[in-house]
Design a binder for this molecule. Sequence first.
Ligand code: BG6
Length: 241
Amino acid sequence: MIGLPAAITACLFDLDGVLTSTASVHRTAWRRTFDELLARRGHAPFTDEDYTTYLDGRSRLDGVRAFLASRDLDLPEGTPDDPTDTETVHGIGARKNALVLRLIDESGVTPFPGSVRYLTAARAAGLAIGVVTSSANAAHVLGAAGLDEFVQARVDGKTITREGLRGKPAPDAFLACAGLLGAAPAAAAVFEDALAGVEAGRAGGFGHVVGVDRAGQAAALAEHGADVVVRDLADLLEVPP
Ligand SMILES: O=P(O)(O)OC[C@H]1O[C@@H](O)[C@H](O)[C@@H](O)[C@@H]1O
């Protein structure tokens, strides 16, 4: 009925790319931010593979650091107050975030219809529902998508910073959310579209890891830790019990 093993009592959903179509907003904002910097320094442009490998699923600053290191670019850390035109890790993060907020403001946030169907079915089946995301904009995105009513616990980029948790691919955020829902890892399912996210699901010993393939990377999701890969959450509703 819900396409999960019988032992599962809680569902832990990533947000961008799993519940809402905002992964493409993040990718666009990262591309624009880095392409300006790369052009100024004579480097080749940002690629989709850069997004998948260094940015997708990771917290904003972890992503900036990982991408800069991949291009041998050594920029100062800066501070959280750095303005958007500062060439520091924090300044780049601030610039990208201003762009994300503007893009969300202009286009709104669309939940995937299949994800809304799945959330409705999971709630009707009595499963606990949590959202686990590296994004510090999760409250804004969930509200704009109209998904608040489904979410019983949320661990997001702000929680991760405040509580000093390790970001994905470490399992800390998923473990914290399972704890908030009163579920042991073995009784919780992780739903992720990012390689760093399915890795976190595997590392945390969760009962089931669902890879959501929105970008033609089904094989990589399975290699990095997904027990099953679907193109849309509604596909799970067709799985025989
Ligand atoms: O900059 P934010 O909104 O805090 O988001 C951080 C990261 O959140 C993740 O959910 C996205 O996959 C990344 O692309 C994004 O960079």
